[in-house]
Ligand binder design. Structure first.
Ligand code: NAD
Length: 444
């Protein structure tokens, strides 16, 4: 391979939560960047300085990057092929309808469309989360379709950013993983991440398959830790224990650690649920399904937290949800995000609605998204207004402003002082002192 510009020009294909953040941060680090998406509305928004989703710090950084002249967005793969030396693939890999497998249509079409315009040596770098073996298959497609043939290589660089902390996680990640098939690809990736590596961020270089696996292995571990403590919550409920104290005691053991050991309503979002399902599915295809069969259990424990939360709310209103007025605090799958993909809070809210409750949902950022996906629910921007006359208030996403609610002030507007703390985010002593019946999963 020839071409050895010291500073690569970068394209980012797919400018959603991951891709837009990556494109903006790479421009902030000093690279010339072109973001490409098939969604013309999204591209126009980004070009005009609007981030189409909620992510703290990203709008300011986008404005700066656009002003610097180093960043622009387009729908043209032709432009991407002409412009870029390194092309990051950041399109979605959702769960397939009717199957646990990942839907790879978007990755395949993005890579194929891009490859058709690659006339010079280039590196195509997958960042999307994919089943192991995808990179090898895409290499074959890219080299067959690209006019530059085998002068185009593929690498995998899994992404670990967390929504809500995406800018920081991109500029200062815990680690970089480079799955590569050649020294040339590693050199190119080191050039693309030079400013990040210069801060001392560790780089782990692997083959393609290992890099693909790192991401799903990490998400499986995190999901397992959450479901582990929620399994303990189920036992505590039956045995009369207190899972909050149990978790606190476990967390003092450094070998266990307290992070992701928070009992409650469990995980959701656009990554963990679909990633563990796709991993289990892929392992079965590879004949090693038994090795990760525990992930099915992890998923089931997680789903049971949602139905158990509905039961707990029903218990508080005497068993009959029909006509009960429930205020749900939170719609997004976690605080500091407007992402409602597989959001536990909305799942619980819509179950309550199906059972006849009158549900009003409050969220600081996700109301527009929630309204589009669950038009049957009522929405309100303000917790105090929403809770007027409520029979139960359920905190299901632990936004800071919900944690800070004064139980006396809220108590003055509700019909009954009953609260379900789905995230173990409130102080039970304070709420009980204010006259509330306080309930949380796994606590007496
Ligand atoms: P997203 O749905 O927000 O964004 C995907 C984008 O790809 C959309 O803007 C869509 O229009 C675009 N797209 C679809 N097909 C395209 C094509 N053929 N060409 C160009 N653009 C196309 O998804 P996301 O949350 O950004 O996730 C993207 C990938 O990153 C997924 O594999 C996900 O698992 C992974 N990931 C996400 C996060 C996260 O926190 N969101 C973190 C790590 C990894």
């Amino acid at each position: 391979m020839e071409r050895s510009d010291p500073v690569p020009r970068i394209t980012v294909v797919g400018t959603g939560y991951l891709g837009a953040t990556h494109a903006v941060c790479m421009a902030a680090l000093g690279f010339d960047v072109l973001g490409v998406d098939t969604d013309a509305v999204k591209v126009a928004k980004l070009n005009s300085g609007q981030v189409p989703f909620f992510e703290p710090g990203l709008p300011e950084l986008l404005s700066k990057a656009l002003d610097s002249g180093r960043l622009r967005f387009s729908t043209s793969f032709h432009e991407a092929g002409e412009f870029g030396d390194i092309h990051f693939i950041c399109v979605g890999t959702p769960q397939q309808q009717g199957s646990d497998a990942a839907d790879l249509r978007y990755v395949e079409s993005a890579v194929t469309e891009l490859a058709a315009h690659l006339r010079q040596p280039a590196l195509v770098v997958g960042k999307s989360t994919v089943p192991v073996g995808t990179a090898a298959r895409l290499t074959e497609i890219v080299q067959r379709v690209a006019p530059a043939g085998t002068d185009v290589e593929l690498a995998w660089n899994p992404e670990f950013l967390r929504e809500g902390f995406a800018v920081d996680d991109t500029l200062r990640p815990d680690r970089l993983v480079f799955g590569v098939a050649s020294d040339w690809a590693e050199t190119r990736l080191r050039a693309a991440f030079a400013p990040v590596i210069a801060q001392g961020v560790p780089v782990v270089v692997t083959d393609l398959a290992t890099a693909e696996l790192v991401k799903v292995a990490a998400n499986s571990f995190l999901a397992t830790k959450i479901s582990y403590i929620n399994a303990m919550a189920e036992v505590c409920e039956a045995a009369g224990g207190d899972v909050a104290r149990l978790a606190e005691a476990l967390a003092h053991d450094e070998r266990i650690g307290g992070r992701f050991l928070k009992p409650g309503l469990g995980f959701g979002g656009g990554c963990l649920p679909k990633d563990i399902r796709a991993f289990a599915h892929r392992a079965e295809e590879l004949g090693v399904g038994q090795a990760v069969s525990f992930l099915r259990e992890v998923d089931d424990i997680n789903k049971r937290r949602r139905s158990r939360t509905v039961d707990l709310i029903a218990e508080l209103v005497g068993g009959e949800l029909r006509g009960a007025r429930i205020t749900v605090l939170g719609a997004s799958f976690k605080p500091n995000s407007d992402d409602i993909r597989d959001a536990p809070a909305l799942d619980v809210a819509s179950s309550l609605h199906r059972l006849g409750a009158q549900v009003t949902v409050v969220d600081p950022a996700a109301l527009d998204n929630a309204r589009r996906s669950h038009p049957e629910l009522a929405y309100c921007a303000d917790a105090l207004t929403a809770a007027a006359g409520a029979d139960v208030v359920a905190l299901l996403t632990e936004w800071n402003e919900f944690r800070l609610i004064d139980p006396q002030v809220l108590g003055a507007v509700v019909a009954h002082r009953r609260v379900v703390d789905g995230r173990h985010a409130l102080d039970p002593v304070r709420w009980r002192e204010a006259g509330w019946e306080y309930r949380a999963l796994g606590r007496p």
